[in-house]
Write a new protein. Structure first.
Lengths: 425, 368
C-alpha cells in the first residue's frame, strides 16, 4: 500500500456501501466546456496559429513560438472497442471555441478557428456560405497527423500536376487559376479486426478419360465435382475509412497514402488557424463500409484457397469478426478549387506526403484523334486487303489489318477509360 | 472465555444440566454427555471406549455455548438418506443395512466459533467491470450472391484499479473450533447460521457435545481470511464492480467478540468385513450424508469360491463323461458342453471380485 492516501491520480467515486470509501484513477479528460481554449500569444495578445514549418504554434505578430509537445505515437495509438457506449463517449467537441461554415451549395460543414474570415467553400468553391457556432456535441478525435507539406509547396505540386497529362487542354497549366490551398483536417476512422472464415464449396477437377466408341478409342475430359471446405484467417490493421461524404471518395482514395506512424495525440493547438471537418459519417456507418471491404477481401482469399486446385461452384462461407477496434483520427489535406473556362475543378493534396489528385478537364478532341490514330492502321490495311483480294495477297494483308484493328480497339478503350477517369474524378 | 481458574465442576455447572466429560482413548475426541446416558462408543471413530475426565486440565474448553443450531432434519428425510446410503452396493457388508444404521443414530453437536469485530483500514484491489461489445458474424452464399449479417453482443471484463478506506463491523465470521473442521465442512457442507437459537439446556439433553480443541487465540489466524473475503466482497459491491481480485488491505481489528455455536450432526456407523466401524455422519439441518460406502470383499470372495467349486465339479464330471464317451459315444457331446459350461462358470467366478474392486475403487471414502 502506498504511503499517502489516496495515491496520486486517484479521485473519490461513489460507493454503494456505507463505511467503505472508493477511489478510482482520475479520468484524463473532464467536461468539454472547461477545456475550450483560446489561442492568443502570451507575449503580445495577437492570435497564434499552427505553423507547418515549425510544427507548433507561431505568433505572426511577434514571432512567439510554442511547441504542442505531442510525441508521435504512430500505430501504437490506443484503439477502442465497439462497446455499446462507443457512440456515447465522454470526451466530445473540439476542445476549443470554433465556428462552423455551412455551404449552401454542396452542404459541407466546416469547422473554422474563431476570427477566420472566409466566404468560400473549399470543397466546391461556392460563395454561398454562412457561419455559425460549431457544435461541441460530436465525438472528439483522439489522434491526428500534423501537416508536413507547406501551403506554398502545394501550388508548385498542383502546377506540375496540371501539366502532367497530355489528355488535358494544352493551355490548362498556363490559364488555370488555382485559388489558395486551404489546409484542412479531414475526419477518418481506422478499423482493426481479425476475420476467421470457414468456407464450403464444390471444387471441380478436370479428368481426362478414354472411352471406346465406333470401334476405336477416344479421349474426353470432364469435370468431377467434390465438396471441400477450408478456413481462412485474415488480420486487418488500420483499415482507413473517410469520416466525411462531402469529399470525392475517388480523389480521397488516390491521396490516401498516409503513414500512420506519424499519428500524434490530438491537441487543439494543431488545429489553431486551420480548418477542420467534423465527421458526418458516423462510426457505425463507417464500420459497416469497412466490414464490407474486409469481408470481400476475405471472400476473395477463401475463393483463391478453394480454387487453388480447380474450378469452384456453390461457394458459401461464414465469417466471424473478432478483436474489432476503431480510432477516430484527423488527417491533413489541402483543398483547392481552380477555375478553367468558367468551370470549377477540385484538387486535393495529401498534407503529409504531398500526393495530389483532382479533377482535370479533358480535351476530347485530343482523345478522339488518338482513338482515330489507334484504329486507322487496322482499318486501312483491311481496306487494302479487300482491294487486293483479287491479286491473291489480300487475305494476308486483311488478316494483318484485322489484328491491328483489334489492337487499336483495345488501345482506344484504354485511352477512353483513362480520359473518362480524369473527367469523372 | 473466562474459564481459566474455574474448577471442572464449576464449568459444567454453567451448562445448566448434569453433564459428564468424556474422552475417547483412541481418537482423543472430548465430549460432554448427559449423566446417566453416555454414548457407549465414541461417536466419531466408534472404536474407542469413552473414559470419564476428572480434571479440568484434560479439557481444552468446556464453557457452555451462546448459540445452538437445532436439529431440523425430519425423520422421513433421515430415513430416506440412510436407505439411499445402504442401497445399490454390490456385495454390501452384512452390517450395512438401513435398520442397523438407523438404530445406531447418535445425536452429536460439533462446536464452531463465531467472531464479531470492527475492521478499519485501507484497501486496494483490481475491480472487474462487465461491458458489452458488438461483434458481427457474416454469411455468404453463391446461391444468394449476397452477405447476411448477424449482430452479436459479447460480454467482456475490464479490470481497473481501485483503492479505498474501510470501517465496517462484521458479525458471525466463522472460525474453526476443531482441528478437523475443514474435513467435516467438506463432508457435510455448511450450516444455515440464521437458524441459531440462544443456548437452552434442554436443547442438548439427548446429545453428545463435542468440546472444542481450538481456543479463540488458536482459531484467529483461520478467521482472518474469512474477514478478508467478506471485506473484499463488500468492497466489490462498494465499487459497483462485477468481480474483484488482488485484494490487499491493512486491517486493524477492534471489539472482537467470540461466540461458541453448536452445530447438529447425526452420527452412526456400520461394521465392515473386518468388523471395523465405518463412521457415517448426517448434517442435522440439510440431511446431507457422508460416509464410506464399501462393498464387501468377503462376500465376493465367498461367491467366487462357490463358483470355482461348481466349475471344478462340472469340469470333473465332464472329464469323466469324456472318458466314458469312448465306451458310450453319445456321452461325448455332453462332456464337451459340460467342459464349456465349467469354463464359463470358472471365468464367471472372477466377476464378483471385479465388481467389488471396481466399486471400491470408484467410490472413495467420503462419498455420499
Amino acid at each position: 500500500m502506498s504511503e499517502s492516501f489516496p495515491p496520486p491520480g486517484f479521485v473519490a467515486v461513489p460507493s454503494a456501501v456505507e463505511g467503505i470509501a472508493v477511489y478510482a484513477p482520475a479520468l484524463p479528460e473532464t467536461g468539454p466546456h472547461q477545456e475550450v481554449v483560446d489561442f492568443k500569444c502570451p507575449r503580445c495578445g495577437a492570435a497564434t496559429a499552427y505553423s507547418v514549418v515549425d510544427g507548433g504554434l507561431r505568433c505572426a505578430h511577434c514571432g512567439y513560438y510554442e511547441s504542442p509537445q505531442a510525441p508521435a505515437v504512430g500505430k501504437a495509438a490506443p484503439q477502442f472497442e465497439f462497446t455499446l457506449e462507443a457512440l456515447e463517449p465522454t470526451a466530445r467537441g473540439w476542445g476549443e471555441e470554433r465556428r462552423e461554415l455551412c455551404c449552401q451549395s454542396c452542404g459541407a460543414q466546416l469547422s473554422l478557428p474563431p476570427g477566420q474570415l472566409t466566404s468560400t467553400c473549399p470543397f466546391c468553391g461556392s460563395n454561398r456560405v454562412i457561419q455559425r457556432a460549431a457544435p461541441q456535441d460530436l465525438l472528439r478525435p483522439r489522434f491526428l497527423i500534423p501537416f508536413r507539406v507547406e501551403n506554398e509547396a502545394c501550388r508548385q505540386i498542383a502546377r506540375t500536376w496540371l501539366g502532367s497529362s497530355w489528355m488535358t487542354p494544352a493551355a490548362l497549366q498556363q490559364t488555370a487559376r488555382v485559388a489558395d490551398f486551404v489546409g484542412i483536417y479531414l475526419p477518418f476512422w481506422t478499423f482493426h479486426a481479425q476475420a476467421a472464415a470457414a468456407w464450403r464449396a464444390e471444387v471441380g477437377h478436370t479428368v481426362t478419360e478414354r472411352y471406346f466408341q465406333g470401334g476405336q478409342w477416344r479421349t474426353r475430359t470432364r469435370t468431377v465435382w467434390q465438396w471441400k471446405s477450408g478456413h481462412v484467417q485474415r488480420r486487418f490493421d488500420d483499415c482507413l475509412m473517410p469520416g466525411t461524404g462531402k469529399v470525392s471518395r475517388l480523389l480521397l482514395r488516390r491521396i490516401q497514402t498516409y503513414d500512420l506512424q506519424g499519428l500524434v495525440p490530438y491537441k487543439p493547438e494543431f488545429l489553431a488557424g486551420l480548418h477542420a471537418q467534423a465527421y458526418d459519417i458516423p462510426l457505425e456507418q463507417a464500420w459497416e463500409s469497412a466490414r464490407a471491404e474486409m469481408r470481400e477481401q476475405t471472400r476473395k482469399a477463401a475463393l483463391a484457397q478453394a480454387g487453388s486446385t480447380g474450378a469452384v461452384r456453390n461457394f458459401s462461407m461464414t465469417l466471424d469478426f473478432a478483436d474489432e477496434s476503431w480510432r477516430y483520427i484527423l488527417l491533413p489535406v489541402y483543398l483547392a478549387v481552380y477555375q478553367y473556362q468558367g468551370q470549377p475543378y477540385q484538387v486535393m493534396v495529401n498534407g503529409q506526403t504531398g500526393a495530389i489528385a483532382g479533377q482535370r478537364p479533358v480535351d476530347w478532341n485530343k482523345i478522339w484523334l488518338a482513338v482515330g490514330a489507334a484504329l486507322a492502321p487496322g482499318l486501312l490495311l483491311i481496306l487494302i486487303g479487300l482491294v487486293t483480294a483479287m491479286l491473291g495477297v489480300g487475305v494476308a494483308v486483311g488478316g494483318i489489318g484485322f489484328v491491328l484493328l483489334v489492337i487499336g480497339i483495345v488501345v482506344a478503350i484504354v485511352l477512353f477509360s483513362k480520359a473518362q477517369g480524369l473527367d469523372d474524378a | 472465555m473466562g474459564e481459566q481458574g474455574k474448577t471442572l465442576a464449576g464449568m459444567l455447572a454453567d451448562w445448566g444440566l448434569a453433564l459428564q466429560p468424556l474422552v475417547c482413548e483412541r481418537c482423543d475426541w472430548a465430549y460432554l454427555a448427559p449423566v446417566g446416558a453416555p454414548p457407549a462408543r465414541c461417536p466419531h471413530c466408534w472404536q474407542g471406549p469413552l473414559t470419564p475426565v476428572e480434571q479440568a486440565d484434560g479439557l481444552p474448553y468446556a464453557a457452555p455455548p451462546e448459540l445452538v443450531l437445532p436439529f431440523t432434519v425430519s425423520e422421513a428425510v433421515l430415513a430416506l438418506r440412510v436407505t439411499d446410503f445402504a442401497r445399490h452396493i454390490p456385495f454390501a457388508p452384512r452390517d450395512l443395512h438401513p435398520a442397523a444404521l438407523k438404530a445406531r443414530l447418535q445425536r452429536l453437536y460439533l462446536p464452531l466459533w463465531l467472531v464479531d469485530g470492527t475492521v478499519e483500514g485501507t484497501w486496494e484491489a483490481s475491480a472487474g467491470f462487465n461491458y458489452q461489445v458488438v461483434s458481427h458474424q457474416e454469411y455468404y452464399s453463391d446461391s444468394q450472391s449476397a452477405w447476411a449479417t448477424r449482430e452479436l453482443q459479447e460480454t467482456r471484463l475490464r479490470w481497473e484499479p481501485r483503492v479505498g478506506q474501510l470501517k465496517r463491523t462484521y458479525q458471525n465470521i466463522t472460525a474453526p473450533a476443531l482441528e478437523e473442521e475443514a474435513r467435516l465442512r467438506e463432508q457435510l457442507g455448511s450450516y444455515h447460521l440464521g437458524a441459531a437459537q440462544p443456548y437452552q439446556p434442554e436443547v442438548v439433553t439427548q446429545a453428545a457435545i463435542r468440546l472444542p480443541n481450538r481456543t479463540p487465540d488458536d482459531a484467529w489466524p483461520a478467521a482472518v481470511p474469512a474477514f478478508q473475503a467478506t471485506a473484499a466482497e463488500e468492497c466489490r459491491q462498494a465499487a459497483g464492480a462485477d468481480q474483484i481480485r488482488e485484494f490487499r488491505w491493512t486491517p486493524t481489528y477492534t471489539g472482537l467478540h467470540w461466540t461458541l455455536l453448536l452445530q447438529p450432526v447425526y452420527a452412526t456407523y456400520y461394521l465392515d468385513d473386518e468388523g471395523v466401524p465405518q463412521p457415517v455422519l448426517i448434517h442435522g439441518q440439510s440431511g446431507q450424508l457422508s460416509g464410506a460406502r464399501r462393498a464387501s470383499w468377503q462376500r465376493a470372495q465367498w461367491l467366487a469360491l462357490i463358483l470355482c467349486l461348481v466349475a471344478v465339479a462340472l469340469g470333473g464330471l465332464s472329464l469323466l463323461a469324456a472318458v466314458a464317451g469312448f465306451i458310450a459315444p453319445p456321452l461325448l457331446p455332453l462332456a464337451v458342453v459340460g467342459l464349456i459350461v465349467a469354463a464359463l462358470v470358472g471365468v464367471g467366478a472372477l466377476i464378483p471380485l471385479l465388481v467389488v474392486w471396481q466399486f471400491n475403487r470408484r467410490l472413495s471414502p467420503g462419498s455420499r
